[in-house]
Design a protein around this ligand. Structure first.
Ligand code: SAH
Length: 363
């Protein structure tokens, strides 16, 4: 795979339309290099959704490309739902093979806008409290399919005169189980000639794949790393996260420490508050002991209901008491504000119905 995001994007565009590569696309339409730049700029920077809207290209050219099957986007929006308070939108997108993924736009108070994107259709890690995990794995997305979710919502944000301030890899799937494509998507998001989002405004969240945390530490980029910890010991963690059998807590934290040593960057730990499972005073003390003295930050996540899950969320009082214990122990801690619960767009609630084979057969 090429590490040049522009080349990566153009290559994917050509291949989607059935051309063997960018050169063949250029030959077919007599495209000069500056046309490719116009195309990439319109899509990646201005987040134009359709070829017909790229006004820097002559109309005849747009029409010719359009009728040969050239498409700016690798995915199509199927339904867009809006939360009652208007702050959150969830999009269901269909990929070319019929697989489906969801992505979420959150417009926070003030000027902050966050886009949450999926790296896979489904997920192979089966965390007991997560709807995506319970639904199983369909396939990994390409870098461009991941990027296109951000482009879609960015165009909506631009239309409202705002900017995209953050992109988080916290949608469906495990980003480090699709490492190369996720790094390609990061490059596309970051490209100063294109989307232009600073690395510090991007966060990758992982279930805790130790080998990939080590690889990520070597990338030399300032992208934020979040770890789904959710329990302070192996017994509790293994009971809700099967991945803990492969990478126990001690190994995971050792990798996080190596990451901090190497990058001097803070690690964020996500901790979903499950009533009677991981929310006791004893758990808070155990967690504080693991976190204290490191460049770590704990983010407590109120549990969002998922179908058929045998869990209840901790009460707000319990969450704040837990947070206070960490704070008293000198551990930086925040409580995540949930958005989009009413449209099942909050953490752990994304679960597109995926029937790729049946749908592909229809077309
Ligand atoms: N696979 C990645 C991204 C997952 S989603 C990872 O595991 O980090 C982002 C966060 O939402 C993760 O911390 C995940 O554990 C959390 N989450 C999953 N289900 C949840 C639920 N029902 N309520 C609240 N948070 C949940």
């Amino acid at each position: 795979m090429t590490s040049d995001p522009r080349a990566l994007w153009l290559e994917a565009l050509a291949r989607r339309a059935g051309f063997p590569g960018v050169q063949a696309l250029c030959d077919a339409f007599g495209l000069r290099p500056y046309r490719l730049s116009q195309l990439y700029r319109a899509a990646a920077k201005e987040c134009v959704r359709a070829l017909g809207d790229i006004t820097t290209l002559p109309k005849d050219l747009r029409n010719a490309m359009e009728s040969s099957g050239v498409r700016v986007s690798s995915l199509e929006p199927e339904t867009i739902q809006k939360s009652q308070d208007g702050s959150t939108r969830k999009g269901l997108f269909r990929l070319s093979d019929g697989s489906e993924v969801e992505a979420v736009l959150m417009e926070h108070r003030g000027d902050r806008t966050t886009i949450c994107i999926s790296s896979q259709a489904g997920c192979a890690f089966a965390c007991a409290f997560c709807s995506t995990g319970q639904a199983g794995f369909t396939r990994s997305l390409s870098a461009v399919e991941i990027f296109d979710q951000a482009r879609f919502f960015a165009s909506h944000v631009f239309a409202r005169g705002k900017r995209v301030t953050n992109v988080v890899f916290m949608g469906m799937g495990e980003p480090f189980h699709n490492y190369d494509a996720v790094m390609g998507a990061v490059a596309l998001l970051n490209d100063p000639q294109g989307f232009g989002l600073g690395h510090r405004h991007i966060t990758v969240s992982t279930v805790g794949l130790v080998d990939k945390i080590d690889a990520f530490a070597q990338e030399g980029i300032q992208v934020n790393l979040a770890i789904s910890l959710h329990a302070p010991n192996d017994i509790v963690r293994a009971s809700i996260m099967p991945v803990n059998r492969r990478y126990p807590v001690a190994d995971l934290l050792a990798a996080c420490e190596r990451y901090v040593q190497r990058t001097h960057r803070k690690v964020f730990f996500e901790y979903v508050m499950l009533h009677g499972v991981n929310d006791s005073d004893a758990s808070a003390r155990e967690l504080a002991a693991l976190m204290r003295g490191h460049l770590y930050h704990v983010n407590l996540i109120p549990y969002n209901a998922t179908p058929d899950a045998p869990f209840a969320g901790s009460s707000d009082e319990r969450i704040w008491a837990f947070a206070k214990m960490l704070d008293n122990a000198g551990v930086p801690v925040t409580v995540r504000h949930n958005m989009g619960r009413d449209i099942a767009a909050a953490c752990g609630q994304l679960r597109a119905e995926t029937q790729p084979k049946a749908q592909a057969a229809v077309k």
